[in-house]
Design a protein around this ligand. Structure first.
Ligand code: SF4
Ligand code: SF4
Length: 304
C-alpha cells in the first residue's frame, strides 16, 4: 500500500510550526513580546531503523528503542517497530540570543538562561501538544522525555547517559551530526534545543545525509578548529571530547550567577555553542554544500 507520506509529514510539520507561531508559552518572559523560538527544523525516522539497536550497543542497553518506549506507555496497541515513526525537531537559537551569549566568557547571558528554562518549558509543551494532536487524529503517541520512568543512568563510557537522548533521535532523523563538544551540528548550527515524539504512524523516513556521525565537525573532518575547547570555561572539552561531569559541575555553578546578576531563577551555559564556526551553519564546506544540493553520501558497506 502506498504511504500517504507527504500529506502526513506536512501536517505534522504544520502542527509544530503553528504551535511555535501561536502559543503564548513561546516567550522569553522578559516583558517584551520576544518569542523564545521562531522556527524549527523537522525530521522523521522509522522505528525499525537499525540505528536504534546501534544506540543500544554504543550508548547502553538502557537507551530505549522507539518500540520499547511506545509499548511501555501505549500498551495493548500491538504495533511493530516499522509501524512507528520518530518525529524530531530542532529549535535553533535566535540571532539575538546567540549574539548575547557570544560576548560571555564564563557564565551565560540572561537571554541564554531564559531560553534554557522558558525555552525548554516551551519545548516540553510542544512535545505534549504534538502528542495530543496526533492522538486526536487517531495516532497513539508518546514523548519519551516526558514519561515518568525517563531517567539518567551512570555510564562507564559516558559518565552518565539517559533512557532517551533527543540529540540521538535528531541524528537518526537526519537532522545533524555530533561535534567535538558533543553538541549536534545541524543545518542551522549547533546553538539549538531539540525534542521528539514517537507515534504510531507510518511515513517515509528522512534520509541521513551523512555517512559518519561526526561529518559536520571540522575537528573530525580535517583536524582543524577545536574552537569549542577554548570557549569552555570549565576545561570540559579537549581533543579527546567532552567531559560531561566537568560540564555538569559548571552548569550547577551558573545558577548562583544567573540569580545574582539577572535576578532570574535560571541557569545555562552554551558558551561552546556560540562564537565557534558551527554556531549557525555546518562549517565543513563540502558537507554543507552537499546537503544544500540534496546529495546523499554512499551507503555504508554491508555488515560482515
Ligand atoms: S567548534 Fe569546531 S571543533 Fe568544536 S564542534 Fe564546532 S566545528 Fe567541531
Ligand atoms: S556547556 Fe559550558 S561547561 Fe559545558 S562543555 Fe559547553 S562551554 Fe563547557
Amino acid at each position: 500500500m502506498e504511504k500517504d507520506c507527504n500529506i502526513t509529514k506536512n501536517r505534522m510539520k504544520g502542527i509544530i510550526h503553528d504551535f511555535i507561531s501561536a502559543s503564548p508559552l513561546n516567550t522569553m518572559g522578559n516583558g517584551t513580546d520576544e518569542p523564545a523560538w521562531d522556527r524549527a527544523l523537522v525530521g522523521f525516522a522509522s522505528g525499525a531503523d537499525q540505528i536504534w539497536q546501534q544506540y543500544k550497543e554504543y550508548v547502553g542497553a538502557f537507551h530505549w528503542t522507539p518500540w520499547e518506549v511506545f509499548n511501555q506507555h501505549c500498551p495493548g496497541k500491538n504495533v511493530s517497530a516499522d509501524q512507528l515513526t520518530v518525529i524530531s525537531w530542532i529549535l535553533p537559537q535566535r540571532a539575538s540570543v546567540r549574539k548575547s551569549n557570544r560576548s560571555h566568557k564564563e557564565y551565560p547571558s540572561e537571554e541564554w538562561a531564559r531560553t534554557r528554562v522558558l525555552g525548554e518549558e516551551f519545548n516540553a509543551a510542544l512535545r505534549r501538544h504534538l502528542v495530543e494532536s496526533l492522538e486526536l487524529a487517531g495516532h497513539a503517541a508518546v514523548a519519551p522525555m516526558l514519561v515518568p520512568n525517563w531517567t539518567i543512568v551512570k555510564s562507564e563510557r559516558f559518565s552518565y547517559a539517559s533512557s532517551w537522548s533527543e540529540r540521538h533521535a535528531a541524528h537518526a532523523a537526519g537532522l545533524g551530526t555530533f561535534g567535538l563538544c558533543d553538541g549536534l551540528i545541524t543545518a542551522h548550527g549547533k546553538a539549538m534545543r531539540t525534542g521528539s515524539v514517537v507515534a504510531h504512524i507510518s511515513v517515509e523516513p528522512d534520509p541521513r545525509p551523512y555517512a559518519d556521525h561526526h561529518a559536520y565537525c571540522l575537528f573530525y573532518a580535517d583536524g582543524t578548529c577545536g574552537k569549542c575547547i577554548d570557549r569552555c570555561p570549565a576545561g570540559a572539552i579537549t581533543v579527546n571530547g567532552h567531559d560531561k561531569e566537568k560540564c555538569r559541575l559548571h552548569l550547577a555553578k551558573t545558577r548562583e550567577y544567573v540569580k545574582k546578576t539577572y535576578a532570574y531563577e535560571g541557569y545555562g551555559c552554551g558558551l561552546c555553542q556560540v562564537g565557534v564556526p558551527c554556531e549557525r551553519i555546518i562549517p565543513v564546506k563540502a558537507a554543507g554544500e552537499a546537503l544544500k544540493r540534496g546529495e546523499l553520501p554512499p551507503p555504508p558497506p554491508p555488515l560482515a
